[in-house]
Design a protein around this ligand. Sequence first.
Ligand SMILES: Cc1cc2nc3c(=O)[nH]c(=O)nc-3n(C[C@H](O)[C@H](O)[C@H](O)COP(=O)(O)OP(=O)(O)OC[C@H]3O[C@@H](n4cnc5c(N)ncnc54)[C@H](O)[C@@H]3O)c2cc1C
Length: 465
Amino acid sequence: MDVVIVGAGSAGLLAALTLLSERPGASVRMVDAGLPLDDRGRAGPSLGGSGGAGLYLGGRLYVGPAAIPPASPVSTMPGARAIVSGDAYSELARQVDALFTRLGAVAPVRDLPDERLRELIERARDEGLEYVTSYPARFLTADERRRVLDGLFAELRRAGARFTYGTHVADIRRTDDGFALTLRPAGGAEGARAHIEARALILAPGRYGAEWLAGTVTSLGAGVAALPSAFGVRLELPAAVYAPLTAINPDPRLQLPLASDAVVKTYATCPGGYVTPVTRYGRRVASGVPVPADARGPSTTVAVLAQPGVAGAAGAWADGEHAAKRVNDRYPGTLAVQRMGDIRAGRATTARAMDANTVRPTYRDAAPGDLRDLYPDAFWATCEHLLSRIERLAPGVRSDDVLAYAPAEERFWHFPTDERMQTTVPGLFVAGDGPGHSQGSIQAGVAGTLAGRGAAAYLAERANS
Ligand SMILES: Cc1cc2nc3c(=O)[nH]c(=O)nc-3n(C[C@H](O)[C@H](O)[C@H](O)COP(=O)(O)OP(=O)(O)OC[C@H]3O[C@@H](n4cnc5c(N)ncnc54)[C@H](O)[C@@H]3O)c2cc1C
């Protein structure tokens, strides 16, 4: 095999298409832990599979100016630089968007937010909050998303790409000729392990594959540096309370910049969704499960995270990264939950208080308890600042019956690459949300385009040497 691409989201798909157009006849296999397109709709909610997360589930295309990696609101790694920005980025983004249009995306480009969103952004600004969004943008319907994905897969098949689904790439090692991959059935299913070899690799496992990516890339000898963790809690509140925000955008991202080189922000909102424990970073953390619009329940869940920069994490926020471990140690094997009213009143939440609470927990096995001393005091103070500002946009957010599940944590890494997305190991490319190159489908597509070009050039150089 010439190239194996791990991940069939925006980044992986654009990488494959670019690679095969620049190097027709190359043998390319895409491996994804999730399901093929036709099976995804029939299965339960899942963030992975053909089309990945954003292109399959969201379809909001942000086509405005950006950079790879995206600009950060807090301090980052000394020496980290943009791989592509300005006109060069815009031209690549235009090409990705034009491809989607050719394949069946007809939604018009909106230069500015509509009136409702504009008003919300202004009201957020009046409260000192940044409403994170980007324009111009276009919003694909479910039918358009399906047409685009059908078209992408048809073109890839015509160009000779092969696909393996339901398969997790477990580990990878270097060989004399490139890389050897061990594959196993995804989701813990029993089954024989398989092995494949490739001259070059493009790893595009998305945000939820970032931890796997950091471990894998490190084990292959490429440089990776851990960035400060974002830590906090996942709130659960009545869906109707958050509806003034989620009716306009299902995942409204609000952030409050802090003087201490940090932001406190809302993250991964799931309107009508539910909370579930997942194992991430060797810890049990509270995750939100998004559900389709026609299957939504009575609660909305949204993480509130403090995100320090490199300087902030070494200073005022130094203790935050251990919060998740402290919660796991006190509440082993489950999530902890506390009423926001009890956090404010300085008392633990009891099982009886949970029984009487108006917000019913969607994760019923969470242990009621006390989270206050497990987080830096500054976290609760900034969480309150954030919620009291959001309260003016969505009255009821500061209700004492809102539930805080813990821990919530997001980790990030810096993956040094050249402008072709090649790591410090020749032939090893990374792209998309996983390595932190993107935060959206178009941006991930741009990163994938660069990785596809890079891998094509790498194969050409090898063939000529
Ligand atoms: C619910 C949701 C909705 C979103 N909506 C939007 C939106 O509307 N617009 C937008 O711009 N962005 C959206 N995003 C963000 C968006 O997902 C990304 O920016 C974009 O999809 C990233 O593309 P990617 O290719 O890097 O990763 P992904 O799309 O996440 O794809 C990664 C793929 O890799 C696979 N994978 C991971 N690890 C392995 C492994 N070890 N072995 C095999 N396969 C593996 C996964 O199964 C997955 O299919 C959304 C995100 C979520 C979670």
